[in-house]
Design a binder for this molecule. Structure first.
Ligand SMILES: [Zn+2]
Length: 507
């Protein structure tokens, strides 16, 4: 069996080599980019070959990524093992705090060896693996299963920020992703939330902000310390300290988006948003603000317009802070038609979002064409998460609005959302963009470039216009070096271009 596989593999390799030689001799004057596009076209019908091609392809950034959703269930179980946590033994196993000697829970330590069946069920319960509605304790919809995993693995994230950063970089490096913009809150944020938690919301934002302001300097200082320590520990664990220059996971740049949880009370959401804006203002590693949790939750729906006004209010006080907002992660039937009509528009027009997360219900928005035209005109990018939209909303293929956004000229990026929960990687999302959405090599390359153009990395862009670099970088040299030294965004874009040159030269 193995011998036959090897033979078949060798024969395939010989065929591919012959094909490549033929392709090269048939088109001796082809540019590396054209040759790469031809290689892509030849691979597009063979998923395994396409996967190989797309994995090696440079992808720029992953702009829609939740740090705790990026880790895999096996990562959480390993941390639970190391931290002495427990796993519950019911139909939907969860990671819970010690002690573990009570009925219904067992130690996570060594669970893979002592009880592989429970370990396997725990992986299913902590992710979308083997999701089969109603079976094996799984919840009856992908939406419910997906969102409920966070509560079941949350305990394993406590105190594990260095591990979370490390696995996010590790998975990104495997995908040839150079930058991850990930949603994560410092634990210090809860000091500020505590101040507001018991205050009833009376709608007075000026007063609510004044009550929080005295706590902001201590909160941002504590958050800085937490992230300094976590980044240093992640570097130590991944062996980055001795690397000059950094390579692999150590070379992956991280940007953080602090966020509010839209299903909590208005007082808490306002405090979280205030903390998120203050962090983005005070610490350059916090590059933006987001709002998360199921948009169809009753509280999220009831307070949607209020949250947009809160964002507008805080944005006016922190005008330099950039917003990427989950909006329109909805579809027909999940909510009433009323709630499909205005979420994306208010995120853009009231809150001032620079990017929209998901935007799946765009075709149900009032005056959708007008909104699309505005997004295209104002270069408001949409973050497309194909697997997430499929498993949570059941929207995929021709039902997905990516084609509508592209037709309207709205910039888009491809991103993972929660790669660990969905058990995917960004390569998989590129693959789906090809096989389900009909994107070609040039489209994917443009999406990779867009993922840095629309990243919240500070500094001006490398590009003065599409395919035209700024004057300083018309050619490599001291002027360009100086420009790149002053812009993290342009430096990342420069690295992406060099990575494309190397990738295309290798085709
Ligand atoms: Zn998301």
């Amino acid at each position: 069996m193995n011998g036959m596989k090897r033979l078949a593999g060798a024969a395939l390799a010989a065929l591919l080599l012959a094909g490549a030689a033929q392709a090269q001799s048939a088109h001796p004057a082809q540019t590396p980019e054209a040759r790469t596009a031809a290689r892509f076209a030849a691979a597009a019908k063979d998923r395994a070959q396409l996967r190989l091609f797309l994995r090696a392809m440079p992808k720029g950034g992953d702009l829609h990524n939740h740090l705790s959703g990026a880790a895999y269930a096996e990562d959480f179980l390993a941390w639970a093992d190391a931290d002495g946590l427990c796993v519950t033994t019911g139909p939907l196993p969860a990671i819970v705090p010690a002690p573990c000697d009570a009925p219904g829970k067992v130690p996570a330590r060594g669970l893979g060896q002592t009880n592989p069946a429970l370990y396997g069920r725990a992986i299913n319960s902590l992710s979308m693996r083997n999701y089969n509605p109603g079976a094996d304790g799984a919840l009856p919809s992908g939406h419910d299963q997906f969102f409920s995993t966070f509560g079941r693995f949350g305990t394993a994230t406590d105190g594990n920020l260095p591990n979370l950063l490390a696995v996010a970089r590790d998975y990104a490096a495997g995908d040839h992703v150079g930058y991850v913009e990930t949603s994560v809150n410092p634990s210090a944020m809860y000091d500020l939330v505590r101040l507001a938690r018991d205050t009833p919301w009376d709608g007075d934002m000026v007063k609510a902000l004044a009550a929080l302001e005295p706590g902001i300097p201590a909160m941002t200082a504590k958050a800085r310390q937490e992230f300094d320590a976590a980044e240093a520990e992640a570097d130590r664990r991944q062996g980055c300290l001795a690397q000059k220059p950094r390579t692999g996971p150590c070379a992956v740049e991280l940007g953080y988006q602090a966020f509010a949880v839209r299903i909590l009370s208005p007082s808490v959401v306002f405090a979280q948003l205030t903390a998120a804006f203050a962090l983005a203002q005070a610490d350059p590693r916090f590059v933006g603000v987001n709002i998360v949790a199921p948009e169809d939750d009753p509280t999220a729906l009831a307070d949607y317009a209020l949250h947009m006004r809160m964002l507008q209010f805080l944005h006016a006080r922190y005008p330099d802070v950039k917003l990427s907002l989950h909006a329109g992660e909805l579809t027909q039937g999940l909510v009433t038609p009323r709630d499909l009509r205005f979420h994306i528009r208010q995120a853009v027009e009231v809150a001032g979002a620079r990017r929209i997360g998901h935007g799946v219900d765009i075709a149900y928005e009032a005056d959708a064409q007008d909104l699309l035209a505005r997004m295209a005109r104002d270069r408001i990018a949409v973050e497309i998460n194909l697997t997430s939209n499929d498993v949570i909303l059941g929207v995929k293929g021709a039902d997905h609005p990516l084609a509508l956004y592209r037709k309207a000229g709205v910039p888009f990026v491809l991103s993972t959302d929660d790669e660990g929960v969905s058990r995917i990687d960004l390569t998989n999302e590129y693959l789906r963009a090809v096989t389900e959405q009909g994107l070609g090599y040039a489209d994917l390359k443009a999406a990779a470039r867009a993922s840095l153009e629309y990243a919240f990395l500070p500094g001006p862009s490398l590009w003065a216009a599409p395919r035209t670099p700024v004057a300083a970088c018309a050619k490599a040299g001291p002027a360009c070096d100086a420009f790149l030294a002053g812009s993290r965004k342009a430096a990342a874009q420069w690295r992406l271009e060099r990575a494309f040159e190397a990738f295309e030269a290798s085709q």
